[in-house]
Design a binder for this molecule. Structure first.
Ligand code: PXP
Length: 261
């Protein structure tokens, strides 16, 4: 297994300058925990506000077609209750697009969706004519509501070209492959693919570059060295950390209640 702290210097030399990257916190898995019991807790708004207090520059949620975590009412509550931009990930499916048009979040990220997947598996395949044409329709429907559009794609020049042709404001580069690599050569290769794509998208295509998927406390540092990336979207790892780091306090609160009788 690759050890980021031991082996980091190999890729850590990537030049750093410019401004600090923004952090979009994806809180889907707060809702996953709630939906596991069809309960009212954990409360999504409280989580979003605490994420803001921790320094989140944006809140991201994925309204999946199977509604396995985030529900329509969560989007409405977040839209009205947070003070940082709300970014909603959606597939190209008609009723979800219609719902999102009425809610008008600040940003939408278009993602592929496979009903049996555990999480988003890859970027939108814009090489498929059917997907390209439908994405074009959806971009136009959402842009007419003045929503900022990003398209989740693999870090690939051709995909960046196609996203630009579609009129997207931003691309979100999929870092899943980078985050799943287990040896130094593969990590370096995938890191370079993300860095080269970010550079191409920013300087040659003049499109906003975001990145995300699978980033965590161990693998994020090299990615923060890529100056052309504006924002990182990170979910599972932050929610997982919050559950563990909040455990001591949560048990103490319950103990207090028990002791008070
Ligand atoms: N970006 C996109 C487009 C995603 O679909 C996801 C997962 O919902 C993320 C970022 C965040 O990924 P993770 O939960 O692995 O941090």
């Amino acid at each position: 297994m690759f050890d980021f702290f031991e082996d980091l210097p190999i890729i850590y030399n990537y030049k750093k300058g410019g401004s600090v990257m923004l952090l979009g916190v994806n809180i889907d898995h707060i809702a996953t925990l709630r939906e596991a019991r069809k309960s009212f807790e954990p409360d999504i708004m409280t989580a979003a506000i605490l994420a803001q207090l921790g320094g989140a520059d944006g809140i991201t949620v994925h309204l999946r077609q199977d509604r396995r975590h985030i529900q329509e009412q969560d989007i409405v509550a977040l839209k009205n209750g947070i003070s940082v931009p709300l970014n909603v990930e959606i597939a190209l499916e008609k009723s979800t697009v219609e719902f999102i048009r009425t809610i008008k979040p600040d940003k939408v990220c278009l993602v592929p969706e496979n009903l049996n997947e555990i999480t988003t598996e890859g970027g939108l395949n814009l090489l498929s004519k059917k997907i390209f044409d439908r994405t074009k329709e959806v971009v136009s429907l959402l842009k007419s509501r003045k929503i900022e559009i990003s398209i989740f794609i693999e870090p690939d020049f051709k995909m960046i070209d196609l996203a630009k042709t579609l009129g997207a404001d931003a691309v979100e580069l999929n870092t899943r492959k980078y985050s799943e690599c287990e040896n130094v050569e593969d990590i370096e290769k995938e890191f370079n693919r993300v860095a080269d794509s970010a550079n191409y998208a920013h300087y040659k295509k003049r499109i906003i570059v975001n990145a995300g998927h699978g980033l965590n406390y161990e693998n994020v540092s090299p990615i923060t060295q890529i100056d052309e990336i504006t924002e990182l979207n990170i979910g599972h790892s932050i929610v997982a950390k919050s559950v563990v780091y909040g455990m001591e306090k949560a048990v103490k609160m319950m103990r207090d209640l028990i002791e008070k009788g």
